[in-house]
Design a protein around this ligand. Structure first.
Ligand code: IVH
Length: 674
């Protein structure tokens, strides 16, 4: 595409997204994507100055609901630095611009809210205006007056009030208030806000100030726009100190550095701990402290040369939703997942994301062909937030949950009334079989060295294995022809399988893959009943009476064993030599487990495969750890399983607590490390 065409296309896109963001409070793309468009345009305008126009990418037009306000001093935006290199490049330009003079830097948090100009005359609040396009904003005085943190009269106990003072800052919504607002919206069936910044913007644009008043908005100030009849300042730090004395809320995280390496460290620190705050930030703003130096550096057409915004890497990106597929687990549960054009999100490439169940897909209304917003919940779990509707291709239709399993047998899918899960009800389903076999071989079950999912699929496709018992009749001649095997590796696998005939009862019970029956319950049941058959054949009441078991596990065990196929399978295991009454010695029990988690506080959210909730917690406690039900500052690590509680993950994020996914759980138990 010719440069001029691309420039025009970018301008149109930027204008569209500006309107969505500034006027409609309903952005369609994450900020990071918008920044990329602006950057591309700026770069093209630099290369082709003949096509450049002034202010081609700034803010939105004023909303006709509010009277226009002309800013006496334009409200400029800031240039961005996306990484340490760009940041250092900016510092070098500042030094060069100042003839290599020494520079002190002030670092402030970049608050993710709505920029506001607040005008005071002789100490009394007079007017509040939004930034608008930087020159003309909207008069939102009536609404801003309702915000408690906005001083109505300046504090003159230690300094005198200037004749005229125009202060700039950010109006924002604390995260807890935002969550409460969205919870309430859900109750009343109203539209949820995408993020605290949109919620703040929407709250400021109310016709009825009482609505704004109820929203709990807050303020941080960070800059003087205009001042008459006040003190003369020589540094930005002094202005912030002065604003604090006048009673304005100045963010406590402001720091001054003489060394730029310390500025970079400071930015990394806040990047790592951004979620420890109870309000959202999207970067750090670095400003030259000395006001005379600022004057000599001046402005470009868009932004000051004396300040820059270091933007944190995006935690949200857009990408193409290539397909929605369904995977079938060992219990037949069919889980839809998004197949994505690979995209880098918060430090790793994401190409798949679970969509949990049919209702979730319907709620999000994502369709193959859509451009979707992807983010990482708790920095670990990729999540599809929703579609970018303006980019939806024509002619797409809402996705339908398939009626049959994608495996060759094409078993029927069934969703019971009142349940959110869909299941494949075909007993011979190869997907379920593969998952069952892989689970049988997994570490928390029989722990067969060298038998992974790829080999399992080859074994079932070759017709060599129809259930886990068949593994014990395999010989090296059968395995050798499989892809990736030679004689020695085939023999090794046969030996590894054979060795597991002696696994203790709790391992065999776990390996059966009975819903809800994981390692901890298997352990206590084995101790109580002594053999696999004794557990399976026990009266449900006797099972439920065992500490740590309960009625749900008890009934699932009994109904599993009531099924003739399952009884036959247990007989077959005995026939192929799997020992069903081997109890490890010395007598089993938690006491002889390595106390890897002594003093550790571990919170589990969601289901860790192979464990019920109580089993996962028991496994932690058995190793000396504690396992409270909620995340606090004392928590060392949060384990995120399937279908985790969003609030726990979010809380961990806020407090900067490490989060690991379920695949790290065994390692945590074994080593106490994550
Ligand atoms: S200073 C001329 N300081 O970021 C300098 N801005 O693109 C004016 N922002 O529109 C801005 N926190 O809404 C400054 N500590 C901070 C800030 C901050 C957030 C916003 C502000 C501005 C945008 C810059």
């Amino acid at each position: 595409m010719a440069a001029q065409d691309r420039i025009e296309e970018l301008r149109a896109q930027i204008a569209h997204h500006n309107r969505r963001y500034h006027e409609l409070d309903a952005p369609e793309i994450p900020d990071a994507e918008f920044d990329l468009l602006v950057r591309e345009l700026a770069e093209l305008e630099r290369q082709y100055p003949e096509f450049a126009v002034e202010n081609s990418s700034v803010g939105g037009a004023p909303n006709p609901l509010f009277a226009p306000v002309t800013h006496a001093v334009p409200m400029m935006s800031l240039d961005n630095a996306m990484d340490a290199e760009e940041l250092s490049g900016w510092a070098e330009r500042v030094h060069r611009g100042l003839g290599d003079a020494a520079v002190s830097w002030v670092c402030e948090l970049k608050i993710d809210g709505v920029a506001m100009s607040l005008l005071y005359r002789n100490g009394a609040f007079e007017r509040a205006a939004t930034r608008g396009d930087g020159r003309i904003g909207e008069d939102v005085t009536a609404n801003v007056t309702t915000i408690e943190g906005v001083p109505k009269h300046l504090d003159t106990s230690t300094v005198s009030a200037p004749e005229l003072l125009e202060v700039r800052g950010e109006i924002y919504l604390p995260i807890a208030t935002f969550d409460a607002l969205n919870d309430a919206a859900e109750q009343t069936g109203d539209r949820r806000f995408a993020n605290p910044r949109n919620a703040a913007a929407g709250s400021l644009r109310q016709k009825d100030s009482a609505v704004t008043a109820a929203r709990g908005l807050q303020l941080w100030v960070y800059q003087i726009g205009e001042i008459h009849g006040g003190p003369e300042f020589t540094s930005h730090s002094d202005t912030l100190d002065y604003l604090g004395r006048l009673g304005f809320p100045v963010n406590p995280e402001v720091r001054r550095f003489d060394d730029f390496a310390a500025v970079i460290d400071h930015c990394s620190h806040h990047q790592a701990h951004r979620h420890a705050l109870d309000y959202e930030i999207d970067g750090v703003v670095i400003k030259v402290d000395d006001l005379a130096q600022r004057d000599s550096l001046g402005f470009t057409s868009r932004a000051p040369r004396w300040a820059i915004a270091y933007k944190f890497p995006p935690e949200e990106r857009t990408t193409a939703l290539l397909d929605i597929q369904v995977s079938v687990g060992r219990t037949g549960r069919a889980t839809p997942f998004a197949v994505l054009e690979p995209v880098l999100v918060a430090g790793s490439t994401v190409s798949m994301a679970t969509l949990h169940n049919e209702d979730q897909v319907r709620l999000k209304d994502v369709r193959p062909g859509d451009t979707v917003i992807v983010r990482k919940a708790g920095d670990v779990i990729p999540e599809v937030v929703g579609p970018v509707l303006s980019m939806r291709p024509a002619g797409t239709e809402a996705w339908q949950f398939p009626t049959h399993c994608p495996c060759p047998v094409r078993g029927r899918f069934e969703r019971l009334e009142g349940e959110s899960d869909t299941r494949c009800v075909e007993a011979t389903c190869p997907s379920q079989l593969n998952q069952r076999l892989a689970y049988w071989a997994s570490r928390s079950a029989m722990d067969i060295d060298g038998l992974g999912e790829r080999t399992v699929i080859q074994l079932t496709e070759a017709g060599l294995v129809a259930d886990p018992a068949d593994l014990y009749t395999l010989d090296a001649d059968q395995i050798e022809p499989l892809e990736g095997f030679a004689r020695p590796s085939a023999e090794k696998l046969v030996a590894a399988i054979a060795e597991t005939r002696q696994r203790p009862v709790p391992k065999v019970l776990t390996a059966l893959g009975i819903r809800h029956l994981g390692p901890a319950a298997s352990q206590v049941l084995a101790e109580r009943f002594g053999s696999v058959q004794a557990v399976l054949g026990a009266d449900p009441d006797a099972l439920a009476a065992v500490d740590g078991v309960g009625a749900v596990i008890a009934t699932t065990i009994s109904s599993w064993y009531a099924h003739p196929n399952n009884r036959a399978f247990i007989d077959k295991l005995a026939e192929v030599g799997v020992v069903l009454d081997h109890l490890p010695s010395p007598a089993p029990g938690a006491v002889d487990l390595a106390q890897t988690l002594t003093g550790r506080v571990v919170v589990v959210t969601g289901t860790v495969p192979g464990y019920s909730r109580s089993e996962a917690e028991a496994a932690i406690r058995d190793r000396g750890g504690t396992c409270p039900g909620s995340v606090s500052k004392k928590t060392d690590v949060v384990v995120v399983g399937d279908a985790p509680g969003a609030s726990k993950v979010k809380r961990a994020e806020e407090l900067g607590i490490d989060v690991i996914d379920a695949s790290g759980f065994e390692r945590l138990l074994d080593t106490g490390e994550w």
